[in-house]
Write a protein that binds this ligand. Structure first.
Ligand code: SF4
Length: 143
């Protein structure tokens, strides 16, 4: 099934998915979503908060992302810095924070899976591996 865009008619929260959420996570109104086009979604989101992010803000964001999860950002700071440089180079050159250690396919849906952080817990380098990590080692299983 194909994902589509949805807009909360109360607060303009934008959702991208097969179906809209029953409850708007932002304004908590029930059954508030109406389908919109990708172009409308782009315009709404483009007018939102700051669209660029400094490396340190992304770093803080992925630290928050790991809270409550079984993985953490790799404590090896030099490695993390190198990977973040690659991620931001990809954003500059290709429009998204693509994975710094995998090649894009030019297939839109497939390439969306390469935006960092990706769904690495399903990767063979992580799943069921004691000292598992994402392909690049940006995230590692907590000890
Ligand atoms: S493998 Fe690691 S660095 Fe690459 S996109 Fe996934 S989480 Fe990011």
């Amino acid at each position: 099934m194909k994902k589509r865009y949805w807009r909360c008619f109360v607060c303009n929260d934008v959702h991208y998915g097969i179906a809209p959420p029953e409850l708007c996570p932002t304004c908590k109104v029930l059954h508030a979503y109406v389908e919109i086009t990708a172009e409308e979604a782009r315009k709404i989101l483009g007018g939102g908060p700051e669209t660029t992010m400094a490396t340190e803000d992304f770093r803080a964001s992925i630290e928050r992302f790991t809270v409550g999860n079984e993985f953490q950002v790799n404590p090896a700071a030099d490695k993390v810095s190198l990977l973040l440089t690659g991620i931001f180079e990809n954003e500059k050159n290709h429009g998204f924070k693509f994975c710094p250690c995998r090649l894009r396919t030019k297939d839109w849906e497939e390439d969306l899976k390469l935006i960092c952080p990706c769904n690495f817990p399903i990767h063979e380098t992580y799943k069921g591996v004691k000292d598992g990590e994402c392909w690049c080692g940006l995230f590692v299983r907590r000890k």
